[in-house]
Design a protein around this ligand. Structure first.
Ligand code: SF4
Length: 72
Protein backbone atom coordinates (compact mmCIF):
# COMPACT_ATOMS: atom_id res chain seq x y z
CA UNK A 1 0.00 0.00 0.00
CA UNK A 2 1.45 3.34 -1.05
CA UNK A 3 0.78 5.86 1.68
CA UNK A 4 1.37 9.55 1.38
CA UNK A 5 2.18 11.00 4.77
CA UNK A 6 2.02 14.73 5.29
CA UNK A 7 3.15 16.55 8.42
CA UNK A 8 1.81 20.06 8.93
CA UNK A 9 5.02 21.72 10.07
CA UNK A 10 3.18 24.79 11.38
CA UNK A 11 0.94 22.66 13.56
CA UNK A 12 3.54 20.17 14.88
CA UNK A 13 4.65 20.99 18.43
CA UNK A 14 7.43 18.40 18.56
CA UNK A 15 5.72 16.20 21.11
CA UNK A 16 7.37 13.16 19.52
CA UNK A 17 4.42 10.77 19.84
CA UNK A 18 4.70 9.90 16.16
CA UNK A 19 8.40 9.07 16.60
CA UNK A 20 7.61 6.87 19.59
CA UNK A 21 4.95 4.99 17.62
CA UNK A 22 6.89 4.59 14.38
CA UNK A 23 10.55 5.60 14.68
CA UNK A 24 11.42 4.08 11.30
CA UNK A 25 8.97 6.46 9.66
CA UNK A 26 9.10 9.66 11.72
CA UNK A 27 12.01 11.54 13.25
CA UNK A 28 12.37 15.03 14.69
CA UNK A 29 14.49 17.47 12.73
CA UNK A 30 16.85 20.05 14.21
CA UNK A 31 13.88 22.31 14.98
CA UNK A 32 12.05 19.47 16.78
CA UNK A 33 9.51 19.23 13.98
CA UNK A 34 8.48 15.83 12.70
CA UNK A 35 9.85 14.73 9.33
CA UNK A 36 9.21 11.61 7.28
CA UNK A 37 12.39 9.55 6.99
CA UNK A 38 10.85 6.45 5.40
CA UNK A 39 7.17 6.32 4.37
CA UNK A 40 7.28 2.51 4.12
CA UNK A 41 9.23 2.01 7.34
CA UNK A 42 6.26 0.54 9.23
CA UNK A 43 2.98 -1.22 8.41
CA UNK A 44 0.09 1.09 7.46
CA UNK A 45 -1.76 0.36 10.71
CA UNK A 46 1.25 1.50 12.73
CA UNK A 47 1.52 4.70 10.71
CA UNK A 48 -2.16 5.44 11.24
CA UNK A 49 -1.71 4.81 14.98
CA UNK A 50 1.17 7.28 14.98
CA UNK A 51 -1.08 9.88 13.36
CA UNK A 52 -3.85 9.15 15.87
CA UNK A 53 -1.38 9.69 18.71
CA UNK A 54 -0.47 13.18 17.54
CA UNK A 55 -1.95 15.60 20.10
CA UNK A 56 -2.46 18.36 17.54
CA UNK A 57 -3.58 16.28 14.53
CA UNK A 58 -0.61 17.42 12.46
CA UNK A 59 -0.33 14.20 10.45
CA UNK A 60 -2.43 13.41 7.42
CA UNK A 61 -2.32 9.99 5.76
CA UNK A 62 -3.57 9.28 2.27
CA UNK A 63 -3.81 5.90 0.57
CA UNK A 64 -2.64 6.92 -2.90
CA UNK A 65 -3.80 3.75 -4.65
CA UNK A 66 -7.32 3.87 -3.25
CA UNK A 67 -7.48 7.66 -3.46
CA UNK A 68 -8.69 7.64 0.11
CA UNK A 69 -7.70 9.67 3.15
CA UNK A 70 -7.00 7.29 6.05
CA UNK A 71 -6.43 9.93 8.70
CA UNK A 72 -7.91 12.19 9.96
S1 SF4 B 1 3.11 13.62 17.26
FE1 SF4 B 1 2.39 15.43 16.13
S2 SF4 B 1 3.15 17.14 17.29
FE2 SF4 B 1 4.30 15.37 17.96
S3 SF4 B 1 6.14 15.37 16.69
FE3 SF4 B 1 4.64 14.08 15.68
S4 SF4 B 1 3.60 15.44 14.24
FE4 SF4 B 1 4.66 16.72 15.73
Amino acid sequence: MALRIVVDRLRCIGAGNCVDAAPEVFQLDEKDISIIVNPIGAPPDTIVTAAENCPVDAIKIIDEQAGQQLYP
